[in-house]
Every structure is written in C-alpha cells, then in structure tokens.
Design a binder for this molecule. Structure first.
Ligand SMILES: [Mn+2]
Length: 315
C-alpha cells in the first residue's frame, strides 16, 4: 500500500478505535508527521482515548479529537481498528474509508469496504506502520520515533509479547533516531484520576470468584473503566477476569487473562467473538485481552462470557 498516493492533496481523518490506545495514537502521530506535506491531516477517536494515549499526544503536541465530524473530511484512514463496531458511535457503513491498517488477527468484515486494507498480524500496529512508512520512502521524526517506541511498548506489555521482528524494529528505531527508550516509556506513564480509582475500588466489592480446577475466574460489574477493573483483578491473582459495564445503548464487556492461560484460551477468538454473535453486538480482541459491545444488560453479558470460559477451561 502506498499511502502517499491514496491521501495526496486530501483532507484526511486518521481514526483509531473506541477508547483509543497508545499504539493507535502513535500510528496516527507517525502518519501525521510523515505526510504533513502530502495531506491535511487530523487525528480522531470514537468516544474516548485512554490515559497513556492522551498523555503521549499532549506531550508530543498533538490533539486527538473525540468524535470529530467525519463529513468534514475527504476520507478516513482507520488505524488499529479490528472490527466495524470499534468505530461506534460512527456508522461504519457511512464512513468514507480510504484505507484500513491493522495488526489484529484476520477479520472478514472489512473485505468489502476498501481494497486498501493492510492487515499484518503483528504484536503492535506501530510495526505495520513503520514498515509502511519505509516502503513509502518516509522517515520518522524525533516525535514519531518516540511515539512508535512507546506504542510498541504499550501493545506488547513492554516487549514481553513481542517477537524477533518487534525487537529488530525497536533496535532499528532506537539506534537510527538515537532515542532514549526511557523518554518513550515516560510518554505512557500516567496516574489514574479520582473517578477511575472510585470505579475500580467500587467494582472490587462485587467480585464473584469461581474456581475452575486449578484456575480462578473473577467477574464483576463496574460503573465504568471495566477494562481497568479486569486488569486489576488479574494483578490481584485471578487467572481470567470478566467485567461488564452498562453503556447508553447496551453494555460493554472486557476480559483479561493472565499470561499463564495463553495455551489454554484465546479470549478474542474463543470467547468475545462468539459472545458478540450470541448476544447481539460484536466482540473480539487478543488472546489475553478482549472486549465486546453488546445490546443486552451487562449482567447477562458477563454471565454468558463466564459460561463460555467455563466450557473451554473445563473441556
Ligand atoms: Mn494495537
């Protein structure tokens, strides 16, 4: 894919996924830096971005607009977006999509939307973007080099989920742009605000614990920050955590699995994708971190996810 020819002279919106993360925002920053003379570029996210992504954008002098009007652009480039529901509240079918660039496992939903669909199963989307920029004859700036390293760190849990090519890419960026990795890591460091701390601590009161042989499944309902709650339960000792929260048009369920579950279960493929199909909505994600947006109540979504997980673990 030659992005330069696709966006040349256009007013382009780079749109990452719902609750955009540092990987997606780093991809957007790298493109905005590299193609600033080719196109008029803005960065946006549906609904929200997470704290480290916001921290990174602010530190590098970028603004990520929340729910910008897509009609004000000639077209949209989707970054780090694994399925159409991840751009909600945008109506995916109505978006003028120029290209889709992603790194999650193969999904079919996008195949009719654009022929400019670049999908490589890599640990981070930044790695896909880095390769794309190289092929397009683009260099990283000091800002985007930092953002890329931070984005890779964010999506690979500080390289532990990376593979040999992840390390090669990191080594190349760090040496070529004389980067201090510490400065990239600092872009991701944030402290929770009080609403998040309250949401997490309140959700701890409702934790339901189930023993599945040697493994512990923890589930809970949260007012918000359901993904943070699930991560907290894993750090507290659960092997798998499922947490739901009510949303305006249904609910959102987040799941996390400890690394020791890697050979036992793939949350995205085996739990959250079927969950979305079964309960109305859609879901997916990685082996150890996945989510679904459903049309039912959060309680029902959590119970159904727990049921699917039990079926897999106890099989
Ligand atoms: Mn990603």
């Amino acid at each position: 894919m030659k992005l330069s020819s696709l966006i040349k002279g256009k007013k382009v919106l780079l749109l990452t996924h719902h609750n955009g993360d540092a990987d997606g925002v780093a991809c957007a920053i790298a493109i905005a830096e590299a193609y600033s003379e080719d196109a008029l570029i803005s960065i946006g996210a549906p609904e929200s971005i997470n704290r480290s992504a916001r921290n990174m954008a602010t530190a590098l002098g970028y603004t990520v607009e929340i729910n910008p009007n897509a009609d004000n652009f000639d077209g949209v480039v989707l970054l780090d977006v694994p399925s159409p529901d991840q751009v909600s509240p945008y109506n995916f079918d109505k978006l003028k999509v120029i290209a889709i660039i992603d790194h999650h496992y193969s999904r079919k939903e996008f195949s009719n939307k654009t022929k400019n669909y670049l999908l490589e199963e890599r640990p981070s989307c930044c790695e896909v973007i880095y390769k794309l920029l190289k092929e397009d004859g683009k260099e990283l700036s000091e800002k985007s080099a930092k953002a890329m390293v931070a984005g890779i760190f964010a999506d690979t849990q500080h390289t532990s989920l990376g593979d040999v090519d992840t390390f090669k890419t990191l080594a190349e960026i760090v040496s070529k742009y004389k980067l201090k990795t510490k400065e990239a890591v600092q872009l991701l460091r944030t402290s929770p605000d009080v609403s998040e701390k309250i949401a997490v601590l309140k959700a701890m009161k409702n934790v339901k614990l189930e023993r599945l042989g040697d493994f512990l499944l923890a589930s809970s309902l949260a007012g918000s920050f359901e993904a943070v709650v699930a991560g907290t339960l894993i750090r507290a000792g659960a092997d798998i955590a499922v947490v739901g929260a009510e949303k305006s048009d249904g609910c959102r369920i987040s799941g996390r699995a400890a690394w020791r579950m890697e050979s036992k279960i793939h949350l995205g493929k085996q739990v959250f994708e079927p969950l979305g199909k079964k309960l109305g909505g859609s879901g997916g994600g990685h082996g150890g971190a996945a989510s679904a947006n459903l049309t039912c109540e959060a309680k029902k979504g959590v119970e159904e996810a727990a049921k699917i997980i039990k079926g897999i673990i106890q099989a």
